[in-house]
Design a protein around this ligand. Structure first.
Ligand code: KIV
Ligand code: ZN
Length: 405
């Protein structure tokens, strides 16, 4: 089999609608899933894992509709999850059929603890199922992703054999899940390096990573995997997902964007290259975060990196003073670069009291006349120095004002 062309940038595989929806209480209906899928396409994700079609008729319908309406020729690949069984794979195959580019993602556990207690299967049986089910999935689409579930706790030698078998049977992406969020960054990087060194046909597939945040390490683990050759990242908006959640898309994308001079050499580019490392339109990050939070009812913690309400707010006097003089003193990225204030009335030095009062109201703050006057004067002062005053700047001003009152 010929080698799989390797992408020159990172592919973003969004699983908000599958692993993300597995967050307790985050259930979405079909229309809500379609709305999110359309926004994910606008954001520029390469692959949408739209659901687990065998799990329920609702999931089948959502994947099927997303495949038909969002999976257009120039849109993202639409993927359906399937356990390594004929029933799951056939159902996923039917669900993704309308997509211009459809993928089946099939998985089976390879750790001893999962094989012994959950699957009750031997290693040889798991190898045989992998071969048979990947080949079966290939009868529905050429684009097959295979995951050895609980890879992070699997015996690497056995996992290498499973991966070699999956690739030989036709898998074009091999995804390495740290299912229980157990690994540390150097271990995860080493795991990816080991796969590249020990799986003989690894060049016939793209290496992907998937991870959970049980120890809060998922994003750090992925960035180490990228340095060792992973070229697809599986993530969710706001990091929602099973238990402590999945790796957060916005954190990965902005880390690769803000620190591109550090990561460029791992892609064979000069450090100073300005070419993007992902296909994501970063200005769609904030609107996507708000949409997912509103529709799932999962609130974003205020101190959440990139999209939390405090992520660009400066509270201490020293920081505010520094930012007023030069915002690079305490900001490593522009709020505008993640789309804050996009499609809203932009507040700047020409805005009047009324626009300021209205925005405050939208942000949930109603000030008395005196407080409003003081806050407005400080807003004008800030607007003179900054092109755009963000919602987070305004919230910081107001917090300051109400604390002083
Ligand atoms: O966490 C996990 O192992 C998964 C697999 C289905 C990839 O979500
Ligand atoms: Zn998962």
């Amino acid at each position: 089999m010929s080698n799989q062309p390797q992408p020159d940038r990172i592919l973003i595989f969004d699983t908000t609608l599958r692993d993300g929806e597995q967050s307790p209480g985050a259930t979405l209906n079909v229309d809500e899933k379609l709305t999110i899928a359309r926004q994910l396409a606008r954001l520029g994700v390469d692959i949408i894992e739209a659901g687990f079609p065998f799990a329920s008729p609702g999931d089948f319908e959502a994947v099927n509709k997303i495949a038909a309406q969002v999976g257009t020729e120039d849109g993202p690949t639409i993927c359906g999850l399937a356990r390594a069984t004929k029933g799951d794979i056939e159902t996923a195959g039917r669900a993704i059929a309308p997509a211009a580019k459809g993928r089946i993602h099939t998985f089976i556990a390879t750790s001893d603890i999962h094989m012994q207690y959950k699957l009750r299967k031997t290693r040889e049986e798991v190898l045989a199922i992998t071969e048979e089910m990947v080949a079966y999935a290939k009868t529905f689409t050429d684009d097959i992703e295979f995951s050895p579930e609980d890879a992070g706790r699997s015996d690497p030698e056995f996992m290498y054999r499973v991966l070699e078998t999956a690739i030989a049977a036709g898998a074009t992406t091999i995804n390495i899940p740290d299912t229980v969020g157990y690994l540390t960054p150097s271990e995860f990087g080493g795991l990816i390096r080991g796969i590249r060194e020990h799986v003989p046909n690894v060049d016939q597939a793209i290496i992907s990573v998937h991870g959970h945040n049980d120890l809060g390490l998922a994003v750090a683990n992925f960035l180490e995997a990228v340095k060792n050759g992973a070229r697809q990242l599986e993530c969710t908006i706001n990091g929602i997902g099973e238990r402590a959640g999945n790796a957060a898309l916005e954190e990965l994308v902005m880390a690769l964007h803000v620190r591109r001079s550090f990561y460029n050499p791992f892609f064979g580019r000069p450090a100073e290259s300005e070419a993007p490392l992902t296909n994501i339109d970063t200005t769609e990050i904030y609107p996507t975060s708000r949409l997912v939070s509103n529709l799932t009812g999962m609130f974003v913690q205020p101190n959440k990196a990139i999209v939390g309400a405090n992520a660009f707010a400066h509270e201490s006097g020293i920081h505010q003073d520094g930012v007023l003089k030069n915002k690079l003193t305490y900001e490593i990225m522009d709020a505008e670069s993640i789309g804050l204030n996009k499609n809203q009335i932009v507040l700047g030095k020409h805005s009047g009291r009324n626009a300021f009062r209205t925005r405050l109201k939208e942000l949930g703050h109603e000030l008395g006349d005196q407080e409003l006057n003081r806050a407005f004067l400080r807003f004008k002062d800030l607007a003179d120095k900054k092109k755009v005053v963000t919602d987070w700047d305004i919230v910081a001003l107001v917090n300051d004002e109400t604390q002083q009152a």
